[in-house]
Design a protein around this ligand. Structure first.
Ligand code: AMP
Length: 408
């Protein structure tokens, strides 16, 4: 199958040629014709499957071929995403795919000045990629109008709801025209979100390119049981022993991220971080430096787990397991993308056993455990299985009380 056989126009095909995209990925093969035909869509596609082009290409085509010229402060296609990083990345994809079509596009997210975004909106935009909070700010200031809106995309829809954007989304939906094309993309779909989607979409085409809630097959995953206080030491040991190149490391808290970066830098290892406390320019800079290979280790909280597309990233390390099991799938989705293989290693301490069990239940897979010599934990991690069992250690026999009456 070719992109031309899906009915895409020449200016888009030329852009794809330049990017060396030869054949559509499965999600693209299904989504592109459906979106071109004007259908609503609900797509469950893992990260790295090419879903961005799956919605960007047909939208660019429809916006080019159909509909009126965009009016001042109006938007014809709105793409909502949960994080600033993802907003930049999706916007860059639209720009790359839309290089040869005469459409106006921009991106809007919080943490940076609103004025340049308002300026861009003044002439109207064919495509606006935005995070929900900033979009509402712009709307409150009358900088954006939706009467020309033809299409709405919710990318990482489940995450937007998980991240507590449901009130913002309700407020946005309330001001959007009811007549529109709605496309819902997500790596994971919980049953709650499926039923919510049911109320938002009209007669949607449903696409599921991989079984629900399974992690990418091309990612080799395993667990190294470890004592909490020795995780940093263990990480540096593995880094040297396994000769890892670039590694994306996930840590639970912002403080934990900073501590690990300090430890690594003290050892002369180049490391940078992404988390919610850092100003937006610093976050983007850290990501760019990592992508450019200038930094070996990028340490992040789950803010970085979704949607970031980093070419050829072979190694993801879960320094801490995620609190929400679905995040595990997103984290390890950073590797093994676009057909390459990857490894995801989780350092798991005894008090994370419930989190491990939740991940194994969700992915229906018991993760193999490999103890590292010299780092065998003092606090053993109880045995788990994919059926959600945590096989507890037998309780120590109680000491017999010789003076039962003594303490009352
Ligand atoms: P996404 O899942 O949209 O984040 O895309 C994952 C990666 O696959 C990105 O680096 C895209 O540039 C790349 N990609 C998307 N579609 C294709 C394709 N048809 N052929 C080759 N690479 C692709």
């Amino acid at each position: 199958m070719t992109f031309a056989s899906l009915g895409l126009i020449d200016p888009l095909l030329n852009a794809l040629d330049a990017l060396d995209y030869k054949t559509p990925t499965p999600v693209q093969a299904q989504a592109i014709p459906a979106i071109l035909a004007g259908r609503d869509l609900m797509a469950a596609a893992q990260t790295g499957t090419g879903k961005t082009a799956g919605f960007a290409l047909p939208l660019l085509q429809r916006l080019t071929m159909e509909g009126p010229q965009v009016a001042s402060n109006s938007v014809r296609a709105l793409v909502l995403v949960p994080t600033r990083e993802l907003a930049e990345q999706v916007y860059e994809s639209f720009r790359a795919y839309g290089l040869h079509v005469p459409l106006r596009m921009h991106v809007a997210y919080g943490g940076v000045s609103i004025n340049p975004q308002m300026m861009k909106l003044r002439k109207g935009l064919d495509v606006l990629v935005a995070t929900p909070g900033r979009l509402l700010d712009l709307h409150r200031q009358n900088a954006v109008k939706f009467n020309q809106l033809q299409a709405l995309v919710l990318d990482e829809a489940d995450r937007m709801l998980d991240l507590g954007f449901s009130r913002e989304l309700d407020a946005i939906f309330a001001v959007l025209p009811k007549q529109r094309q709605t496309l819902l993309f997500s790596a994971t779909f919980s049953d709650v979100i499926r039923s919510l989607a049911g109320t938002m979409l009209s007669d949607p085409v449903s696409i599921e390119v991989s079984p629900r809630n399974t992690a990418a097959k091309s990612v080799k995953q395993w667990v190294v049981p470890a004592d909490k206080k020795r995780k940093a030491e263990l990480f540096m040991h593995l880094l040297k022993k396994k000769r890892w190149g670039q590694v994306l490391v996930f840590v639970k808290t912002r403080k934990g991220v900073d501590q690990l970066v300090d430890t690594l830098q003290a050892q002369g290892i180049s490391a940078d971080s992404i988390h919610g406390d850092k100003p937006q320019p610093a976050r983007l800079r850290a990501l760019d430096r990592f992508k450019a290979g200038e930094v070996q280790i990028l340490v992040a909280t789950d803010v970085a787990a979704r949607g970031l597309d980093i070419d050829d990233l072979p190694q993801v390390v879960n320094f801490d397991l995620p609190i929400v099991a679905e995040d595990y799938i997103h984290r390890i989705g950073r590797t093994g993308r676009a057909g390459s293989t990857g490894e995801a290693v989780s350092l798991v301490a005894a008090d994370e056993v419930q989190l491990l069990s939740a991940i194994e239940t969700l992915t229906r897979k018991t993760l193999p455990r490999v103890e590292e010599r010299g780092f065998e934990p003092e606090h053993r991690v109880p045995v788990t299985d994919a059926a959600g069992q945590v096989l507890k250690k037998p309780k120590k026999p109680k000491k017999q009380k010789f003076w039962p009456g003594k303490h009352g």
